[in-house]
Design a protein around this ligand. Sequence first.
Ligand SMILES: CC(C)(COP(=O)(O)OP(=O)(O)OC[C@H]1O[C@@H](n2cnc3c(N)ncnc32)[C@H](O)[C@@H]1OP(=O)(O)O)[C@@H](O)C(=O)NCCC(=O)NCCS
Length: 228
Amino acid sequence: MLEKNSIKLPLTRTNYGKEVSLEVEQGARFNRVDFHCRNLNIGAYSYMHSGELYMVAKIGRYCSIAERVIIGVDPVGHPLDWLSTHPFQYTKKHSPIDTGLTYQSKWQDVEIGNDVWIGQEAMIMKGVKIGNGAVIGARSIVTQDVPEYAIVIGIPAKIIKYRFSDDVIEKLKAYPWWCLSPAELRLIMFDDIDAALEQMSDIKSWDDNTFKKVSVSIEKKQVFFKGE
Ligand SMILES: CC(C)(COP(=O)(O)OP(=O)(O)OC[C@H]1O[C@@H](n2cnc3c(N)ncnc32)[C@H](O)[C@@H]1OP(=O)(O)O)[C@@H](O)C(=O)NCCC(=O)NCCS
């Protein structure tokens, strides 16, 4: 079913969380990636070379994610104001004593828009929202939301510029081109943004259901599929 929809997932790897549900659109290709997330929608033609996915609910369409990227990291996964930060205080797995204490920080998913490029070894902290068309520089650590079409770099990541002028970004907001397949987009002049905007102004409706979807759930290392 995956092959039929040109989807690639590393299903033979064992690095999955206990219960993982994925909704994956056609053409998505995820290679050496560990899935520790719970419910994740992956948009059409997005790819990720390698890395780890923790608290993340959405990766939009046509996203490019480089090597060793980590998404949805918990900055307070251990208690900062207890005697120790070590989990022996609240997890039997790490301790010969049973204290009856629990420590659980809040689950907050990352959401990544469409056409987002994430550079090599970037890290995105939990709860962050990344707007359509944004770029995350290599080795950046993203701790705050990133606006549409912003380019951010550094630790913590800051905006250095935008990919386009305000005027172009405003126009782009009216054209969700990621609703279209590469075949439908083939006549667009990709390398001339003004010409592309002009061409897209002729498109009267944007159908968001263009792509085939496959549901994959992984429970206790067993994989179940549902889809077209
Ligand atoms: C973010 C990025 C797209 C910016 O590219 P750009 O627009 O050409 O930016 P510039 O090269 O003009 O850099 C602007 C400034 O930011 C600095 N800078 C660029 N990328 C940086 C990064 N990842 N971290 C820290 N500083 C960075 C530059 O040194 C420059 O500093 P200066 O103004 O003091 O000279 C690019 O640098 C990047 O990180 N791309 C991802 C590369 C990658 O991961 N490739 C592998 C997967 S395909």
